[in-house]
Design a protein around this ligand. Sequence first.
Ligand SMILES: [Ca+2]
Ligand SMILES: [Ca+2]
Length: 271
Amino acid sequence: MRWAVFAACAILLLSPLACAEDSDGDGYDDPTENYTVWDGADAYPNNPDVHEPVFSTGCDPPVATLDLGEPVTFTCTIGNEGPIGLNVLIDVKDDVHLRDQFDPAYYDINQGDNLELQVTLSGLSEGVAMANLRIFARANSTASHTIDLPIEVTGEEWEGMNSHSEGTNPPDISFINRLLDDFSKWLTEHTPWEFNSSNAGLIILLGALGLFGTVRLYRARNIWHRNMEQKTTSDLRTEERFDAIRRGGKHEHHIEPTIPSSPEVIIRRKD
Ligand SMILES: [Ca+2]
Ligand SMILES: [Ca+2]
């Protein structure tokens, strides 16, 4: 029995939870450094009527109408109305008609502070959609607060899709079209046929390919000629060496051992 009392005392001394206070007596312990509102503490430790965190929120614009691919950015403000600083998780629950470009993250909101967030969504398919900005102030619990973001998505393609697409814009090639237009006009004026910009483009393409082929052929011929000249030069040198050997046939010890003996040399040896 003594051991049981001792163990109970030890647990009381060692466990900080056992010493927690419930100042307002509503059944929720006051928050401490090791036991926060996120863990389940009383968000209003001195008010017996409230224990859950309370937020004031608003988003601008309140509603939106989007074309397909068109983005909208809501500016949302989240205020902590309670007397205790909070750590919250904020995410966006999107809709089948929407694409969500908001990354969930944790935020600290001190007592009386307002947090401002940019929430971007874009139209994915036609329909009436509802996205929700959700604020989680308790671990392993449903959202403490939800902000509705009603959005209607039309069936129209967004006109700004090409000029405002994500990432880097494609290079401006309008000058090529203008050049092709000018060239097709020039061809129409100076030839008996009528050209449009596609014909002109095709002619330029064929011309470029022809020029490229001609340059390659010219280079190939040049290389061939150079090789042939080199070959001729080396042949001539070989001939000269043989001639020299033949002329100097009397001095046999000067004949290079690698050079094969010509019949003339063999005949002279017999002399
Ligand atoms: Ca309490
Ligand atoms: Ca309370």
